[in-house]
Design a protein around this ligand. Sequence first.
Ligand code: DGL
Length: 253
Amino acid sequence: MGPIAVFDSGVGGLSVLRELVAQMPSEHFLYFGDSANAPYGTRPTAEIRSLTLAHAERLFDRGAKALVVACNTATSAAIGALRARWPERVIIGIEPALKLAVSRHPGGCIGVLATEATLREEKFAALLQRCAENCHILKCPCPELVEFVERGELDSPALTAYLARQLGPYAGRVDAAVLGCTHFPFARRAIRAALGGAAALYDGSDGTARETLRQLVRRGWIRGGSRGIVTLENSRPSELPLSRRLLALPRED
Ligand code: DGL
């Protein structure tokens, strides 16, 4: 049986891949990052959808047994189209871990950090409506953060200054922040510092990995035995050393 394909606009989905590998060490994974076209989050929805469909097609043609869309932006723009096109396939998306944050901080104030595209899509509006009853939820777009991570800048002075500008207004006001873009967990430490140090941070990688495992178990498609092989590919091959570095970072730092 083929590998589990994992797709993102760039290197961000590696934060999901490391969780998938931790939960399913015997699986083979084929990761594809589209850094040549990143960021997706500032593109029109139709463009994000057509890029995602084209990459999914290539990954299925290569025999992937499942596809994990490890990108909140591509999930918001394209998950419906992907499932309509390949109704028999296992296709898992990711969404901001807002339900988890709300369940842990009832009555609290929660910031959602995500790309512009994720925050404007209907999928997020529906999620917000389901979660907003009990909490005060603030949208915190961080349009340039994806590019910092794509450059491998996880703790530079420029990143600190950028986050101070973007998140300074929320510092001390939010009980929790949802990292609603798969690039953001790599800047977790800098984000926590910009929010004043006390906010709890949540991301969707654990939930996405668990859902993938559940779906594969249900179909009897789990690979047992020896450790699986992880293959990293990128539409900009010069990103591969950074990809390997990010994948090796500890999950909680
Ligand atoms: N990693 C993607 C996400 O989870 C976003 C990246 C982008 O804007 O390219 O939303």
